[in-house]
Design a protein around this ligand. Structure first.
Ligand code: COA
Ligand code: MG
Length: 301
């Protein structure tokens, strides 16, 4: 994980809905993703290409309470360049890139951004990229390549199950107990590993049932325990649960302090006992990370 504070909640907002975009100021999300892709019908894409840059311009960078990201259409749609040309005058904080096959797709987008940043007087390299990196059949196989791809705009990696199942002609992506079927668990794990191998944020996919607050919180806590740093939201009601769950809890912070204290009490030791269990250097590193994150989140609030 890079030192930058991760963005916990990423709220999707359909780019053709002025009404929903008007909720951004109070939504509490760390980032919003104004969508030009699948949440917008082909007929409404021209409207969304007008509304999104207007919205971006209402609050310039530096004065935004949330980061403003835009999901553009994928390269094979033929729409990507026109999407970018429409939105870049508004200086988004980042681009979510769907249906990438490999890091070369991200490099190509990055080159487009080089030119568009120059054209619009935007600081070079400042528009970041978040690929949805498991939505095609080939994509999971190339995830490991991100670690050595040298993509300076790469802010994180996220994954999606819906388009992957469509790419596979699958009628479902869950097993009989309702959990992700093996193929999707594998794609998710590879995304998590690739994000950490690349030193970027690992963003878990959306939780479809937006009325199930308890289920969302439990799923987010489990995802954080695995190493995910944030999660996609589809409804404002999901934001608080995601934000809370991706911060170190009071119990975690207390435990981390005890781990640090235990090592401090045995200078030079590589391994010590705590509550009858062995802890070693990886535990110490994790405890330091938890305390640093807790302090950083407190500073952000
Ligand atoms: N962003 C901002 N505001 C939103 C919102 C969102 N993603 N989802 C809902 N709201 C607003 C609604 O406009 C409504 O406002 P109101 O009280 O002023 O009328 C309020 O929150 C409550 O909405 P609710 O009635 O519970 O939901 P809905 O039936 O209007 O919308 C969805 C349900 C799923 C269509 C909607 O949440 C949505 O559009 N989500 C994003 C979908 C998306 O972008 N998907 C792409 C990625 S998969
Ligand atoms: Mg999709």
């Amino acid at each position: 994980m890079s030192d930058a504070l991760p963005l916990r909640s990423w709220l999707f907002i359909p780019g053709d809905s002025e009404k929903k975009m008007a909720k951004v100021a109070d939504c509490g999300a760390d980032a919003v993703i104004l969508d030009l892709e699948d949440a917008v019908s082909p007929d409404n894409k021209p409207l969304a290409r007008r509304l999104i840059p207007d919205f971006l311009r209402t609050t310039p960078r530096g004065r935004r309470k949330a980061q403003y990201w835009v999901r553009v259409n994928p390269f094979d749609s033929g729409l990507t360049l026109d999407d970018l040309a429409a939105i870049m005058p508004g200086a988004p904080d980042g681009i979510m890139q769907p249906k990438t096959n490999d890091p070369d797709d991200v490099r190509r987008l990055s080159h487009y951004l080089d030119a568009l940043e120059a054209a619009h007087g935007i600081e070079r390299g400042s528009v970041k990229i978040l690929p949805v990196a498991t939505e095609t059949a080939i994509a999971p196989f190339t995830l490991g390549q991100f670690a050595s791809a040298g993509l300076e705009r790469l802010a994180g990696l996220t994954w999606g199950a819906e388009d992957l199942s469509a790419a596979l002609g699958a009628s479902t992506n869950v097993d009989t107990s309702g959990h992700w079927a093996f193929t999707y668990q594998m794609a998710r794990s590879l995304c998590l590993l690739a994000a950490h191998a690349s030193g970027v944020q690992a963003i878990d996919t959306l939780y479809v049932d937006f009325r199930d607050e308890d289920g969302l919180r439990a799923a987010c806590r489990a995802a954080r325990a695995e190493g995910f740093t944030g999660r996609i939201a589809i409804h404002p009601a999901q934001v608080a649960g995601i934000n809370d769950s991706f911060m170190p809890s009071a119990d975690e912070v207390a435990h981390a302090r005890r781990v640090i204290d235990a090592f401090a009490a045995s200078p030079g030791a590589g391994t010590v006992g705590l509550d009858g269990k062995m802890i070693d250097i990886p535990h110490q590193k994790q405890a330091q990370r938890v305390l640093a994150q807790a302090a950083a989140f407190r500073a952000r609030a």
